[in-house]
Design a protein around this ligand. Structure first.
Ligand SMILES: Cc1cc2nc3c(=O)[nH]c(=O)nc-3n(C[C@H](O)[C@H](O)[C@H](O)COP(=O)(O)O)c2cc1C
Length: 149
């Protein structure tokens, strides 16, 4: 079978589309979409996310040492897309404009977006910088789901 050589690429499929939620400095909510993420450890449960240095989310996680990861379903496709194309650095009302609602996690200093059925509550465990991106390893404290999942 003949194959085409595309050169070095990050093409691993399927990629997830997850939503990382954090608190801004003024206490408002931010959320961004992340595809470069996955499980990195079993005990304690650990996940890794790879974030560009200039995202608001990256600054928020460095400050609060916490974040949540929401797993989208069909009914949250539109806001999940929106969270990936608008930055809170440019749109201070980013989360408000999504029309979604959030409440504070009881376990970490990060918001839980109510409309997502499964949410991991994570504390920043470690960070290492690869060129301009920052990989954050979060220890997942709890996984929550609603009965609608
Ligand atoms: C489907 C999709 C996947 C994305 N995955 C990542 C990712 O893994 N890492 C990253 O740094 N940015 C990723 N982005 C880009 C950020 O979501 C985007 O720049 C966002 O506006 C950052 O928001 P913030 O500045 O409010 O944190 C992705 C965008 C989309 C649409």
């Amino acid at each position: 079978m003949s194959r085409v050589n595309f050169g070095p690429k990050t093409w691993l499929f399927p990629e997830p589309a997850l939503v990382i939620a954090t608190y801004n400095e003024d206490g408002s909510v931010d959320a961004m979409t992340a595809a470069w993420a996955g499980v990195c450890q079993e005990t304690p449960p650990g996940v890794m996310i790879d974030l560009a240095a200039d995202h608001r989310t990256t600054a928020n996680i460095r400050r609060t040492k916490a974040f949540t990861i929401a797993i989208p379903t069909v009914d949250t496709v539109v806001p999940t897309d929106y969270f990936g194309i608008v930055s809170a650095n440019k749109e201070p009302r980013k989360f408000e404009k999504s029309g979604l609602t959030a409440r504070k996690s009881e376990n970490v200093d990060a918001p839980i977006i109510e409309e997502y059925k499964m949410v991991l509550e994570c504390k920043l465990f470690d960070e290492f910088v690869i060129k301009k991106t920052s990989a954050s390893s979060g220890k997942s404290l709890t996984s929550r789901r609603t009965n609608r999942f």
